[in-house]
Design a protein around this ligand. Structure first.
Ligand SMILES: [Zn+2]
Length: 170
């Protein structure tokens, strides 16, 4: 189908001339799948569901892409997706803001508190009913948890000290 391939132009009808009467973009022959994709984007932008594409993003629709360009783009998209997936498992990334990290710390502390209050073995009475081996494990776990709490509080104090120090420097 010959149509205006510019995703930012609302004209989604077939065109016979060489240029789109609405936006002046060169008309090109677009395959069935691609025309569906372009018309979908045009509609979404027209309805405000999607922001207009940047010149870089619309380029592949306006000029059409070669097989090599398409393969390269799909490879890049795959890589970005894999990177994003990896980021999900990282405790923090360089692009994360301090607020994002702080927010994650609060979520972790909340989870810890919930887990602790919901786990029976943390209660002294329950621990007494364990055999000696389990008692040892439970005591060890409790020590690790307490140590972590200590470190969380110490980190917070350090952070506050650094902030005070930085403010006094100004
Ligand atoms: Zn157009």
């Amino acid at each position: 189908m010959k149509m205006c391939p510019n995703p930012n132009c609302p004209n989604s009808k077939g065109v016979n001339g060489d240029f789109c009467p609405e936006c002046g973009t060169a008309i090109r022959e677009v395959g069935f799948l691609e025309s569906g994709e372009i018309i979908g984007i045009k509609k979404d932008i027209k309805k405000g569901k999607k922001p207009p594409l940047t010149p870089e993003e619309s380029k592949r629709y306006i000029t059409g892409e070669t097989k090599e360009e398409k393969e390269q783009r799909q490879k890049n998209e795959k890589m970005i997706k894999a990177q994003q997936k990896r980021k999900k498992h990282q405790l923090f990334t360089e692009t994360m803001s301090e607020d994002e990290i702080r927010n994650k710390i609060y979520i972790d502390m909340d989870n810890l508190a919930k887990q602790e209050s919901g786990t029976k073995w943390m209660k002294a009475g329950a621990m007494l009913s364990f055999n000696s081996r389990d008692q040892m494990i439970a005591a060890g776990l409790k020590a690790i948890i307490d140590q972590n709490k200590l470190m969380i509080r110490q980190n917070e104090l350090l952070l506050r000290e650094i902030k005070k120090f930085n403010n006094s420097e100004l």
